[in-house]
Design a protein around this ligand. Structure first.
Ligand SMILES: [Zn+2]
Length: 356
């Protein structure tokens, strides 16, 4: 076994077989002699990132660890392992000379050396921006979806309108967009907006002055998308957002043909906490699995009546397909307004007013 001078000193052990021409330490692969080199690599690699805490990782070779364990047992040594020694020495040098702090729990950045090829990799903690969005123009899909036979929708999506500027703002590599539920492409999202977050991977910047960011999103979407209530989110807040199931309030414009349009206000009163059964709507069945779900219609009010045109305010449980509740979707939603009230109904528009 060949040990470098660092390992000999660390374990207070000199191998009697010394004098061999081997140059690579059978334990630390000479890592301990190159602390300064890794320090330089670290400094060069991280200088463009904004962070305050870090952790040094070492992916060590199983054989070397095993060899060290056996040797230390034989010697009755209580010294630090080469892995711990390397992490401690490099970490301490970085703390003293560069001013960053070691954090074992939630480091902002991880610098990991791979003993097998002596190369390193860098991991940077993602940044999560949360907020609420408004959609002021119809026709914007939430995600860049593909329609069969039509290719990618030409209009950019909410996820791109928000995600790309957010990613640029934090100078990240890429982003993931998540929203709590979604509105239809042709529906507006108004009121207090819909909760969302964007995860930005490998952010170089962690600034939190979001005034300009909101303006960029508005400008790039030609006022179609607006973002509000922005803040950096912690993991607990992200978890909460993922599991959020909010009731929604909708404004729906409908037109009813024929005499059955009379007294709608009275007829709609019975929809107070009514349970409905919805099969996956036929318009999205190519995207999602066909299943039956139970949802609650909390209430329906008539906001305005102008001849055959009515404006309804519908409150419903998260995940209710409102259009299908009105039209019935050929019996896939029951009960539904069309069959229940025996009306010939057409939807003129739909807006989401509130996501609680
Ligand atoms: Zn060594």
């Amino acid at each position: 076994m060949f040990l470098c001078s660092q390992c000999e000193e660390r374990l207070s052990y000199t191998d009697s077989s010394k004098g061999e021409t081997k140059e690579v330490c059978d334990l630390c692969s000479n890592l301990l002699e190159h602390i300064d080199d890794y320090f330089e690599m670290f400094r060069d690699e991280v200088k463009s990132y904004q962070f305050s805490t870090f952790l040094i990782g070492l992916r060590s070779q199983k054989d070397n660890l095993q060899r060290e364990r056996e040797l230390m047992e034989r010697l009755g040594s209580t010294a630090r392992t080469y892995k711990a020694e390397f992490q401690l020495r490099l970490g301490t040098k970085i703390e003293t000379e560069l001013g960053y702090r070691v954090d074992f729990e939630r480091p902002g950045l991880m610098f990991t050396i791979n003993q097998e090829n002596m190369d390193f990799s860098l991991w940077v903690r993602p940044v999560y921006l949360k907020g609420r969005y408004l959609k002021r123009r119809r026709g914007i899909p939430q995600s860049p979806w593909i329609k069969p036979g039509r290719g990618k929708e030409s209009e950019r999506s909410i996820s791109e309108y928000i995600g790309q500027p957010v990613c640029n703002f934090f100078e990240g590599k890429n982003y993931n967009f998540f929203a709590s539920g979604r509105e239809d492409v042709d529906a507006l999202m108004l009121g207090n907006g819909r909760p969302f977050y964007v995860e930005v991977e490998f952010p170089r910047n962690r600034s939190s002055d979001f005034v300009r960011l909101s303006k960029v999103v508005s400008a790039e979407s030609m006022e179609g998308v607006e973002i509000l209530d922005l803040s950096i989110a912690n993991p607990a807040e992200i978890e909460e957002l993922k599991n959020l199931r909010s009731d929604k309030t909708y404004e729906v414009g409908i037109t009813i043909e024929g005499d059955n349009a009379l007294n709608m206000e009275e007829k709609l009163k019975k929809y107070s906490n009514v349970k409905i059964n919805q099969k996956t709507p036929s318009r999205v069945i190519y995207l999602r699995t066909d299943k039956l779900r139970e949802r609650i219609i909390r209430s329906i009010e008539v906001k305005r009546t102008t001849g055959k045109q009515l404006v309804l305010i519908i409150k419903a449980e998260a995940g209710t397909y409102i259009k299908e509740f009105i039209t019935g979707d050929n019996g896939r939603t029951t009960p539904n307004l069309k069959d229940d009230l025996d009306i010939n109904v057409k939807i003129d528009y739909l807006n989401v007013l509130e996501v609680k």
